[in-house]
Ligand binder design. Structure first.
Ligand code: ZN
Ligand code: FE
Length: 255
């Protein structure tokens, strides 16, 4: 039985560790020390590192952990990943050695050009692509690429647990409420997540079903989101990519 735990790092990153009580895989270890402390504290052996994309807050601890453990380092083939031992791309299936965790790689370009996600039965590690009530910035990709990537993640079963790499939820929800003030489920979610943060708990993981109901970056088919995005952009918008792109531009300037 694999469990997944957040290891907080930097200001708002979660370095996720999946383990069965003995063996572990670390996702996007931007800093080695807190991951090592978690492994030590739980008596775990690190078998693999899964990297979603090349940004420093996701790869900064890879070399130190890989040197210490001699473990596999899975990372996207299309990016330069320090210490990578196995280059992966969309459609690849991989197993973490010794851990009952079968993963499928999904290509999700947009935040970076080669960004990948790792999906297993009932969960997905999506890096900086899909956030709780938000999505990553478009640093290397186009809005069309990101919308297609998000659509791929949105097609996972609704109960799929989504392990995002940052705790951006409350700020994302404030923006989402500006886009879609009539979404009652979003208002409920915001109240619940505020209570979680006040109690010092993560708002993650979220689920695909929750995101489909409340995340404006997946709700290009919602009439309210489309109308709101068009009103803000000051022009007519046709289709999911234009609606998504307008919401993304709006968020970039939202305070
Ligand atoms: Zn990033
Ligand atoms: Fe990041």
């Amino acid at each position: 039985m694999v469990q997944v735990h957040p290891v907080p790092a930097f200001d708002d990153n979660y370095l996720w560790v999946a383990h069965d009580g003995r063996r572990a895989a670390a996702v996007d270890p931007g800093d080695a020390a807190p991951v090592q402390a978690f492994l030590d504290g739980h008596g775990l052996v690190l078998e693999a590192i899964l990297v979603t994309h090349h940004h420093g807050d996701h790869v900064g601890g890879v070399r130190a952990l890989a040197d210490r453990w001699g473990c596999e380092v899975f990372g996207p083939a299309a990016e330069s990943i320090p210490g990578r031992t196995r280059a992966v791309a969309g459609g690849d299936r991989l197993a973490v050695p010794g851990l009952g965790l079968a993963l499928e790689v999904i290509d999700v370009p947009g935040h970076t050009a080669g960004h990948v996600a790792y999906a297993a039965d009932g969960l997905v590690f999506c890096g900086d692509t899909l956030f709780a009530c938000g999505c990553g910035r478009l640093f290397e990709g186009t809005a069309a690429q990101m919308q297609a990537s998000l659509a791929r993640l949105a097609a996972l079963p609704p109960a799929t647990r989504v392990y995002c790499a940052h705790e951006y939820t409350l700020a994302n929800e404030r923006f989402a409420l500006a886009v879609e003030p009539g979404n009652a489920r979003l208002a409920e979610r915001h109240a619940r997540d505020r209570a979680a943060r006040e109690a010092g708990r993560p708002t993650l993981p979220t689920t695909i079903g929750e995101e489909l109901a409340t995340n404006p970056f997946l709700r290009w088919d919602s009439p309210e989101v489309a109308a709101s995005a068009a009103a803000h952009a000051g022009r007519a918008l046709a289709g999911p990519v234009e609606v998504f792109a307008a919401v993304r531009e709006w968020k970039n300037a939202f305070r």
